[in-house]
Design a protein around this ligand. Structure first.
Ligand code: GLP
Length: 267
């Protein structure tokens, strides 16, 4: 281990770790989101959220849905942009991220129509480039992302920025890594049914977010969390590009951090 290892360093870590159970993290992040939304509403402005799919953020969305329902909150000033979407699926396909968002987020939170953005899953090859540029433009026109919710793939991808993705990459079509397709195979009912391509926000698009809240829970994330914390930023592990962002937090449980976690950087 080197002095640059944030888990051993006594200096301020560049990727601050917040040790939380999944439930605690969901409550904390949902509260942060609702405070942001309320403060923007008081100022007559929109709150722009960057959202992720996958299993990890589900509890955040459940807490948000519960609080919106119980406290009769309005999210009428919320605009959302998803990180990514599989390419080559009908929007209503059970594994499309649009379907996930409609069922888990847009419906329960009352985010209607034009306010919930995802890259298209069914855009033709001739139109993907224009579509990706329009997605970047829409984020910019909304005022940029205030808070990005993020997971980490088992190979260190963020969004679908697979290993090899550049720090300055923007929204684009990507080939999915074999490991990513294997991770998705069970949900799709077989590897051959998993799309080979996706559209993802780029690394630079993600890093433009004013706040980034990364989540990683469970022993199956331990290896990638350790490597993300220990490695210097580089394309081999896109999650390492999060180091040094001005307002990033990694929420992880002890299963993901491992028993050797020193806690020097934890809150
Ligand atoms: C998917 C998504 C990522 C997500 C990651 C982890 O491939 N494109 O945005 O963060 O996998 O998923 P999970 O939260 O299910 O572990």
């Amino acid at each position: 281990m080197t002095a640059a290892n944030p888990m051993m360093s006594t200096e301020t870590p560049s990727l601050p770790v917040f040790v939380r159970t999944p439930s605690q993290a969901a409550e904390d992040i949902a509260a942060e989101i609702l405070e942001l939304v309320a403060s923007r509403a008081r100022a007559g402005r929109c709150a722009v959220l960057g959202l992720a799919t996958g299993r990890t953020p589900l509890e955040i969305y459940a807490v948000l849905a519960r609080r919106v329902r119980e406290e009769r909150l309005s999210l009428a000033n919320v605009v959302t942009f998803n990180l990514d979407e599989f390419l080559g699926l009908a929007p209503a396909h059970p594994q499309s991220f649009r379907r996930y968002m409609c069922e888990r987020v847009f419906g329960p939170l009352g985010i209607e129509g034009e306010r919930g953005h995802l890259p298209a899953s069914d855009v033709s090859d001739a139109h993907t480039e224009a579509h990706c540029r329009a997605y970047e433009r829409a984020i910019a026109e909304a005022g940029g992302i205030d808070l990005q919710v993020l997971g980490i793939g088992s190979n260190g991808h963020i969004g679908f920025n697979e290993p090899g993705s550049a720090r300055d990459s923007r929204t684009r079509v990507v080939e999915l890594a074999d490991s990513t397709r294997r991770d998705a195979a069970a949900a799709f009912g077989g590897l051959e049914r998993v799309p080979r391509r996706a559209i993802t926000m780029g690394v630079a698009t993600i890093l433009d977010a004013r706040r980034i809240r990364v989540l990683a829970f469970g022993a199956h994330k331990r290896d990638i969390v350790r490597r993300t914390l220990e490695s210097t930023p580089g394309s081999a592990l896109p999650a390492t590009f999060l180091h040094g962002h001005g307002d990033v937090r990694l929420y992880a449980d002890l299963e993901a951090l491992g028993t050797g976690f020193q806690g020097a950087s934890s809150r």
